[in-house]
Design a protein around this ligand. Sequence first.
Ligand code: GLN
Length: 498
Amino acid sequence: MVSKNLTIKEAHQGLIKKEFSAVELCKFYLERIGEKDKTIQAFLTVSQDLALSQAKKVDEMILAGKKIPLLAGIPAAIKDNILVEDVKCTAGSKILENYLAPYDATVIKKLKDQKAVILGKTNLDEFAMGSSTENSAFFPTKNPLDLTRVPGGSSGGSAAAVAANECIFALGSDTGGSIRLPASFCGVVGLKPTYGAVSRYGLIAFASSLDQIGPITKTVEDCKIVFDAIKGKDSLDSTSVETPKIKNWKLKIEDLRIGIPKEYFVKGIDPEVEKIIKKAIKKYEEMGMIVEEVSLPHTEYALPVYYIINPSEASANLARYDGIKYGYSAKKTRDLMEVYLKSRGEGFGQEVRRRIMLGTYALSAGYYEAYYLRAQKVRTLVKNDFEKVFKKVDALLTPVSPFLPFKIGERIEDPLSMYLVDVYTVSVNLVGLPALSIPCGKVASHHFKEKLSKQNRTKETKNSEMQNGGELSVGLQIIGKPFEEEKILKIAQIMQKN
Ligand code: GLN
């Protein structure tokens, strides 16, 4: 019998012991999507035929007595900015609404080599720009833990699909927190790998010096399985490298040194979040890890630097959507210039246009030195901070976000308040480090029910609270040294077991 909480290994065991077939497993998840996704709205496309044909092939292998890879037959959901051949890839944008992917991204090729089953493509903020999935041109995704709240973004569809058991694992992308934030808000595990650890070939480019693809899963063990499957050097992405083995590394809890950056616990953090994170840190300390306060003095500059570099790179990457090469093309135009202008004006949403304008400004002659170049220099200072503390400690622990999952509509009208959600995640991308989010506590329902009572509680609000016990999840961020994913995964595993 297929049950909804299967991990990768459990599903694998079920398949090889013939407790269920890959087609049965696939149908179970397709039915779950049919049932749950009317309310969650995690998926933009369900690739039912592809999924069933992939599952059938796995059953044939099993029937023929062949050994199957760990991911064979495992149902997965893919963020809709990662190309899957012959499946629509919209990047959450009207400009790519009818775009069919002409080839597989390298990560998809790797999943297909392992015979994973692709259930469909998940919702995201348009071109991955956002922290709530509300910037999707199609619809906002709901947080499965409380349907009135955002799932985080931009990989909100992927995290919600995992949390609502609409798939066993998902892929997301992280440019400034887009795997870790939704993982934290939805109570699942999300890993942003070291820059270069996973090929970006076939990922729709957002900000190329920051983008990375990574797994979103229910458990740390699953996260490691998926990361191992997708990582590695790829001749189609010149920034990709092989993950080197960590030298002399044996996990002895008492030998682990953990740093707590003091700049991450300042005013502005939700006291409930702070309480839960500090409790998690204490737990590690009680287990024997050496926990010490450290300083990353340039932390306050990371967010402004990110919001110069990110739009600059985005404005260059998005120049290709011109209404001619591919994607949406405006009708009733008189000349080429009007095709460009109207297609981009009509095809891009508000946040994307905002980033293009910010980026174009920061890169323009006369302003380049004052903004982009200056930001790159400060980026080096942020990097130096991390290099210094990583001489002393193995990993850093911080919150993923200073805020609890917020209400749909709460921040969307105010871009600055939305950008603030990313304050603890963007440094990691600027420096290229690996980091993951692991659930470390829940906020009891009474906390936010009090807050809610001031607002207008609709019937839907009350229902969703009852349905889910009204508990919100808080994610702990574990930041590691470059290419030390294995170490931060082990540290996360300790948290999950205790
Ligand atoms: N919220 C951040 C932004 O809007 C991060 C996005 C991401 O990681 N894709 O840029």
